[in-house]
Design a protein around this ligand. Sequence first.
Ligand SMILES: [Zn+2]
Length: 273
Amino acid sequence: MSYVHGLPCEASFPLIDAHIHLDLYDEVTRERLLQELPNLGVEAVIAVSMHLASSQVNHALAERHPGLVFPAFGFHPEQPIPADEEINRLLDWIRGHVGNMIAVGEIGLPYYARKEAEEQGAPFELEPYLTLLDKLLALARELDKPVALHAVYEDADLVCDLLEQHCISRAHFHWFKGSSSTVQRMAERGYYVSFTPDLLYESEIQDLARRYPPDRVMTETDGPWPFEGPFMGQITHPAMTAEVATAWARIQGLPPEEAAAALCRNARSFYGL
Ligand SMILES: [Zn+2]
């Protein structure tokens, strides 16, 4: 029997990677990963985008791997704000590809860029990011699509306000970290969160996994982002969600098969897969 990430391949769980940047892998690695997925029990990946060119790559990947790669189109907030012209080009392109997309994402607010600027004593204007996010949320509402969000700590409260203003209830806060009052607000609104492989070694994330409603959680990798602990030095692979599911099972006191099935069901129900 062969093993991948400590699990026997033949007994692999049904898995969904609810947040991955497929376009950021080099082509050879990406094709190898995609070929391996069905044998490792990975039934679907949600391929989120950074900007227009990235959306176009993910769109092409979804065409080549139907039923496996489901693309989300958007603009990642941890980068400089583009010119209005470029934003309008992205919004128009998304409107023209609504039939090919599963969600609007990755969108949100630039928590880490802002913190870095603050640490260096550099000025940072949040307002243009709020304006852009407002436009992207209006687009999600217009197209009736869920949103894949990058919004952590105090930024998540700002995003919750905006979601409420836009009457958006289908919101997925990927790799969420934040205060217990924010967590409570998100859970009450029925928003989803997802756990990355750092669930195996980050106590802050383990606490969240203990508290967040079990029918509102999913697994993800945010690949190719690299992980530490038992994943140190490994290329981030959607099959690592098997270990995330196993860690969540332990926290919840569930058999791993049951936990994996629940996580998969949640992702299918959120994204309408
Ligand atoms: Zn991401």
